[in-house]
Design a protein around this ligand. Structure first.
Ligand SMILES: [Zn+2]
Length: 304
């Protein structure tokens, strides 16, 4: 199912034009996407195999729209005008994170625009390799509570959260119970974590779906808690885990703390659709400018 044919290239071309028209109309110099996935090829192959299997298992088809070679995927983000992005990657077991971090450091070094991304797992040595990643310039971490099946309150992680809070390095955490719950997903474990580390710069992935309201509440309570838009508000997610109409006001008010994220390339629809879904919320151009660019520039001290 390669999308590399000339027809698909033409399709991406017109999509790139439409994506650029979106941010040009807002008067932005481009987009910042805090939630994109780049990882070692054999790990990404496994992730794609998982999404391929999801359809038959659950009746929820998940065709990967941008199943392309790595340099093509990077090139596509450039064509879209995504000036800065991340390489979200995460271990599902012990003994993997440090290797992933080495790969991500190399990827960021050879890929202009990619934020130096790192990850972690509750295991012996996590304090040491997280410190090493921060000292070597990691700008953002990814923590996947559902795939990793760990409690963010695991004592092994305690010094790590303190270190990241002190260094001001944000952690994008998949902690909501969508699309599938895990033993430690949901707002409860995160609320306990924040009670001990109120200054931890936490970015709740996927707006915390489906527990949107609880995670919005945590963002209201803690000034360093943000949410990324990844897959939220799209037709795909609205079908399974709709954003509650009653929370729209809080979402509009929290525009300073919402960051564009997309899950590129692992999405079952075109990139443009995420942007249109945000626009359709009807919160206006200032909200869109903050979410799609300004908030991330401020958080990561990016140079345009
Ligand atoms: Zn993701």
């Amino acid at each position: 199912m390669s999308a590399g044919s000339s027809g698909a290239t033409a399709l991406y071309g017109s999509e790139a034009q439409a994506v650029r028209a979106f941010w040009e109309r807002l008067g932005l110099p481009g987009l910042v996407d805090v939630h994109t996935h780049f990882m070692p090829e054999r790990v990404l192959d496994k992730v794609w195999a998982y999404f391929d299997a999801v359809g038959p298992l659950t009746g929820m088809e998940w065709p990967i729209t941008y199943r392309e070679e790595e340099d093509r995927r990077v090139g596509l983000l450039r064509e879209f005008g995504v000036g800065h992005f991340t390489s979200m990657l995460y271990p599902h077991k012990a003994g993997m994170a440090e290797w992933l971090n080495d790969w991500a450091a190399g990827f960021a070094a050879r890929t202009p625009g990619c934020l130096h991304t790192a990850t972690l797992f509750p295991e012996e040595g996590v304090g040491r390799y997280v410190r090493r990643a921060v000292e070597s310039g990691a700008q953002v971490f990814k923590s996947h509570i559902q795939v990793g099946a760990y409690d963010p309150n695991d004592p092994l992680l305690e010094p790590v959260w303190g270190l990241l809070a002190e260094a001001g390095v944000p952690v994008v955490m998949h902690c909501g119970s969508g699309p599938a719950p895990g033993a430690f997903t949901g707002p409860g474990p995160v609320a306990r974590l924040l009670a001990r580390h109120p200054r931890l710069p936490l970015v709740v992935a996927h707006m915390g779906m489906p527990e949107y309201g609880d995670f919005l509440e945590l963002a209201e309570r803690y000034g360093e808690v943000r949410l990324d838009t990844t897959m939220a508000f799209t037709e795909f997610s609205e079908r399974i885990t709709p954003f509650p109409a009653g929370e729209r006001g809080r979402l509009a008010d929290l525009g300073e703390r919402v960051l564009l994220g997309t899950d590129f390339p692992n999405i079952p629809y075109p990139y443009l659709h995420q942007l249109e879904a945000l626009e359709r919320l009807g919160f206006g151009d200032d909200w869109l400018r903050a979410v799609c660019y300004e908030n991330a520039v401020r958080l990561f001290s990016l140079k345009p």
